[in-house]
Design a protein around this ligand. Structure first.
Ligand code: AMP
Length: 435
């Protein structure tokens, strides 16, 4: 299905509260996935939406759900998401859409105590939960959550949930849901397992795919860099040549993320690692720092970075190959968002050549060869064997101050005031990053 006309939000017949929320948010026109999905969902039909993060899929399902939320103290909507970051992000998006309506959502995820989540469920004022499958199932088994009145179910990033091994949990959760419901499945890719899931739980769904309008993948210039041996000097050369305002650098393992962040910090970059071993508080701190710009380069594993929507990420570096080639598309979806061009780099070792070609097929692009130029000397404190960050006076290998990614003017104080942790917090930011 393709959108035929330049539709407006007005033409969907949305309530005045929703129109006011859209105007306040500054959304002028629906994105292609919204244009296709919203009318189907407002009619109450099931849907399979093939859409990457960055296409506006949250509002595509969120607006019709908010519109159809009735006053009453029962959970009417269940949204399943693969990670806590995505769950939190969806709750945040729904909150502005629902301003002035009875809709109220909370996020449910593991890795934190049960206490707060149980208290918010017991308060009984929620109409929606946005949940990671594992913790939701725990709460169902403890009889702390009642899903008997659910009328809307969303499976968001279904491909990712299946990759993460949530299929059994999802099957069990569906046993707790009423048969009479509207079910929506969104997924960046449509492998056979996702289709099977849709066949099983959706009722004569419409399939929509936002093909018009550039996707994050199309808005990103994509390059491959041949590497062999220690990749760190290549990364340094790349950072010096590209001088990214904000980047996400992907590693395969948690340990690899920590080590790489340490090495980059030792070279004067404002960086930290986002990986699954962090406590929820530590993750929140890292994310807040990345959002407000006190961290400029986030080293992340795939699971940790899934679903992040931080505007203004100029570069994505695939330092290690993803575990599954399909994740390449998710990774580069962190940049090239909201109509802004991004740049993505894939480090390719000789034995990964075949995977690089597979990635090209999956992403539907031809990766351009990129030459980083001469490799710089790696400072001793950033050498592969260095255990601890050495810091305060490490050199800053970058060029002049860059414009802030929020579109502001050049930053002042760039490179100033390094903390004893090797990160610089010296630059005053004119504005924070938007999620
Ligand atoms: P999503 O794919 O839901 O993660 O959304 C990607 C980004 O696009 C988010 O930052 C949204 O706030 C933004 N967005 C979604 N819909 C619209 C729209 N109709 N107009 C402008 N921005 C939008």
């Amino acid at each position: 299905m393709q959108p035929q006309t330049q539709t407006t939000f007005q033409s969907f017949g949305l309530r005045p509260t929703t129109m006011a929320a859209l105007a306040k948010k500054g959304y002028k026109q629906p994105t292609p996935i919204q244009e296709l999905a919203i009318p189907i969902l407002l009619q109450g039909d099931d849907i399979i939406g093939q859409a990457q993060t960055g296409t506006g899929k949250t509002a595509a399902f969120g607006l019709p759900i908010v519109e159809d939320t009735r006053p009453g103290r029962v959970i009417q909507t269940l949204i399943l998401a693969p990670t806590r970051e995505l769950a939190n992000q969806i709750v945040g998006e729904l909150a502005w859409m629902a301003h002035g309506t009875p809709f109220k959502a909370t996020a449910i995820y593991g890795g934190v105590g049960f206490g707060n989540q149980i208290s918010s469920l017991r308060r009984g004022d929620l109409t929606c939960v946005v949940a990671c499958p594992g913790r939701l199932l725990d709460l169902l088994q403890r009889r702390e959550i009642d899903l008997r009145h659910v009328r809307h179910v969303v499976l968001d990033e279904a491909d990712r949930m299946l990759d993460m091994g949530f299929i059994r949990d999802i099957e069990k959760i569906f046993q707790h849901l009423p048969r009479d419901r509207q079910t929506m499945l969104f997924s960046a890719t449509m492998p056979p397992e996702v289709r099977k899931l849709a066949e099983r739980y959706l009722r004569t769904p419409e399939f929509v795919r936002a093909e018009s309008g550039p996707t994050a993948t199309e808005l990103t210039d994509q390059f491959e860099i041949k590497v062999q041996g220690d990749k760190f000097p290549v990364l340094l050369a790349l950072m010096q040549k590209e001088d990214p305002v904000a980047s996400v650098i992907f590693t395969k393992t948690k340990h690899g993320a920590k080590r790489l962040a340490r090495r980059l910090a030792a070279c004067g970059y404002k960086t930290d690692a986002l990986q699954g071993n962090l406590s929820q508080n530590a993750r929140d701190r890292v994310m807040a720092a990345f959002r407000d710009g006190s961290i400029e380069h986030l080293v992340a594993t795939d699971v940790a970075a899934r679903g992040l929507d931080v505007s203004g990420i100029t570069h994505v570096v695939n330092y290690d190959f993803p575990m599954v080639n399909e994740d390449y598309v998710h990774r580069i979806g962190r940049t090239g968002r909201a109509g802004k061009r991004g740049r993505a780099f894939l480090f390719v070792e000789r034995e990964e050549e075949r995977d690089a070609r597979a990635v090209e097929r999956i992403a539907g692009v031809k990766l351009e060869r990129y030459d980083v130029g001469p490799l710089p000397q790696v400072p001793a404190e950033a050498s592969a064997g260095a255990q601890k960050p050495q810091l305060a006076h490490s050199r800053t290998p970058r060029g002049p101050p860059k414009p802030h990614r929020g579109g502001g003017n050049g930053r002042s104080g760039h490179g100033g005031g390094r903390s004893s942790q090797g990160r610089s917090y010296g630059s005053a930011r004119p504005q924070g990053r938007r999620w």
